[in-house]
Design a protein around this ligand. Structure first.
Ligand code: MLT
Length: 412
């Protein structure tokens, strides 16, 4: 009889967002008249911008003619897209990257999970709590942890709590760790890290030969000057960090699928015999074997994000979501609800009213206000008593959701 990967049995609950979708479906099946507003999963609602659509169509048209047809593309992505990303997304930050350091993929969720393939199971991993559940669950799935304790912490994983008490700033792990996951602007708390804070992490990682997995999926939402958009803005980061980026939230590609992972050539880790091996080389090997690249029209569409028109249009949509975030944050704060994030990120992290548990608030909000959000405890034990609202909704829905919450729980 074939054996399963028993690590999957250690996972305590279903993946967060399908679990939310299940509860919402159950409610809406029972109450078909309820007009449910969905501010749960960070899924975009605005259409792709015209420049992207045009390039996408042109890419499809190319496939219709023998002279411009494209079959298998490079597993690493087309060089013209990597080159463009290096020039338009990184060079303006003062970061010099070679196209061969940029790997195009079908999204940073997959990459941040798949990257575990090239690193030994013996590595000790540190993650923030609360955290984007993918970092956590994929380490359990691959076998890096023991069982979960009563709180929900898995044996063998180092957790770095981030709450209002420590200003959502993780403390350095006391024990030796080899891999540190950081996400800024942060999902789920919507908070950011300053240059000084990131510099401290880079120094920490270099001193301990650790690697930082830096998830910058939300960098395009940074509004405040001086906040780093890339970890490579910090001296030394190329020696110790892998960066993940995504077109999902930046350009509305959640359904289109395109992301990228940067692995600088100078980033190394050691083999069992102590030899230093370039991670770029290993990831290249991994992708060449297990991945066939992103489709040509999608890469054409992604390239259009960096055209002059494309970027202006994309920025307009980002500003629309940021305005939603402002409406949510200001509306709830004015009603006496404590909110965090929402300035440099499309997420508002709030303290649940009346000290309710996160899932209790989720259920009440759904049943009494017909609004869906994400329970903070779904992102980890330290998220208990918090709740996340996404700013990716339509404007009218966002305003209605705020009104319904304020009418029910506003203190002022
Ligand atoms: C979220 O809501 O946290 C994100 O949409 C999930 C994702 O990007 O996979």
């Amino acid at each position: 009889m074939a054996r399963i990967n028993d690590n999957y049995l250690k996972l305590k609950a279903g993946y967060l967002f399908p679990e939310i979708a299940r509860r919402v479906k159950e409610f809406s099946d029972a109450h078909p008249e309820a007009q449910i507003i969905r501010l749960g999963i960070g899924d975009v609602t605005q259409p792709l911008v015209p420049a992207v659509i045009e390039a996408f169509h042109a890419g499809v048209d190319d496939l219709a003619k023998a002279e411009t047809f494209h079959g298998y593309g490079p597993e690493q992505g087309y060089n013209w897209l990597s080159q463009l990303i290096a020039e338009k997304a990184y060079a303006p930050l003062g970061v010099e990257l070679k196209p061969s350091e940029i790997f195009i993929s079908d999204g940073s969720k997959c990459d941040s999970a798949n990257i575990l393939d090239i690193l030994d199971l013996g590595n000790k991993v540190a993650i923030c709590d609360p955290v984007y559940p993918v970092y956590h669950d994929t380490n359990v799935m691959i076998g890096r942890s023991g069982e979960a304790d009563a709180k929900g912490y898995y044996e063998g994983i180092v957790y770095m709590p981030c709450t209002a008490e420590n200003d959502f700033t993780p403390a350095f792990p006391e024990e030796k760790v080899d891999i540190i996951y950081l996400c800024y602007p942060n999902n789920p708390t919507g908070t950011v890290a300053t240059k000084e804070q990131l510099k401290a992490w880079v120094d920490y990682a270099i001193a301990r030969n650790a690697i930082i997995f830096f998830d910058a999926a939300y960098e395009a939402f940074i509004t405040e000057p001086g906040i780093p958009h890339s970890i490579y803005e910090i001296d030394g980061a190329k020696q110790c960090a892998i960066e993940f980026r995504s077109f999902s939230k930046t350009a509305g590609f959640t359904g289109v699928r395109c992301g990228l992972t940067v692995i600088p050539h100078e980033l190394t880790a050691t083999s069992a015999t102590g030899e230093k091996v370039a991670l770029n080389k290993l990831w290249n090997r991994r992708q060449s074997t297990k991945f066939n690249g992103v489709s040509y029209p999608v890469q054409r569409a992604a390239a259009a994000v960096y055209s002059e028109q494309g970027w202006l249009q994309v920025k307009e949509v980002i500003n629309f979501y940021l305005e939603n975030a402002k409406i949510i944050k200001q509306g709830l704060e004015a009603a006496g609800i404590d909110c965090y994030g929402g300035v440099n990120a499309p997420y508002i992290w709030l303290k649940t009213p009346e000290n309710m548990g996160s899932w209790e608030f989720f259920d009440k909000l759904l049943k009494e206000c017909h609004v869906v959000g994400t329970p903070g405890s779904g992102f980890g034990p330290s998220g208990e008593g918090y709740f996340r609202l996404s700013a990716f909704g339509g404007r009218e829905n966002v305003k209605k959701a705020v009104k319904r919450i304020v009418e029910k729980w506003g203190k002022k």
